[in-house]
Design a protein around this ligand. Structure first.
Ligand code: SF4
Length: 225
């Protein structure tokens, strides 16, 4: 995954971080994934497919894929070529089809088709790295993990909330600075904020709920009413 350069900013103090999350929670009262799924298995597949692809394009693919193969058994029997036929519009579709097929087989063999609830087991599945495991642990199993994707990496660096040169560095800093009451929702709050407001090009600072706590020196906020 390509990550944005580290931005010049001032590091946020604890009070500012709390202020930011309070503002994010007011602006995004129901922070949830935009991926469509009905079961844990389907969320796992959708997250694996979402690498370097938009949630919208993943949802278009999974609407037909999950209709034909709703569970690990169905996905395994559909086969790599069958999976590929549903996901051709996604980047890296060859590798993704291979991973989804293989992980379905592994889930059947080792977990009776269920999604395991711990990081070590998740990260042994084909196509599942730390970021995907964090999403699953947080969204399905209520663990206080924060998956750092390109949006969260940008927001954390740009605002000064948790500057870092790698996703892991940003993840660890976020876990150390996000107030406890916001950690569960931090992933979805930050990803939705980065996707729709603090966009990579031309961030919408003028309507941003974080405009007064964000430390990005290049932010362009409203100065008149
Ligand atoms: S003020 Fe601008 S740079 Fe700062 S978080 Fe908001 S959109 Fe992003």
């Amino acid at each position: 995954m390509a990550f944005a350069p580290v931005y010049r900013n001032k590091n946020m103090d604890a009070e500012n971080v709390r202020e930011c999350f309070s503002a994010l929670r007011s602006a995004i009262p129901n922070p949830k994934t935009e991926l469509h799924y009905s079961t844990p298995f389907q969320l796992l597949v959708a997250v694996v497919l979402s690498a370097q692809s938009t949630d919208k394009s993943v949802n278009q693919c999974t609407s037909t894929l999950f209709a034909e193969a709703p569970d690990a058994r169905g996905m395994w029997e559909l086969g790599e070529e069958g999976i590929r036929s549903h996901i051709r519009r996604l980047g890296l579709f060859n590798a993704k089809a291979r991973h989804v097929h293989a992980l379905s087989g592994q889930l059947l063999q080792e977990y009776s088709g269920n999604v395991p609830k711990n990081r070590a087991s998740l990260e042994k599945l084909p196509g599942v790295g730390r970021k995907t495991a964090n999403v699953i642990l947080n969204t399905l199993f209520g663990e206080k993990t924060i998956a750092v994707d390109t949006h969260i990496f940008r927001v954390a660096n740009r605002t000064g909330m948790a500057p870092g040169k790698t996703p892991l560095e940003v993840e660890k800093k976020l876990l150390s600075v996000v107030p406890a009451e916001y950690v569960m929702d931090a992933h979805h709050l930050l990803i939705l904020h980065g996707r729709y407001t603090c966009t990579a090009k031309k961030p919408h600072c003028g309507i941003c709920p974080l405009q007064y706590c964000c430390g990005w020196p290049e932010k362009k906020i409203r100065t008149t009413v």
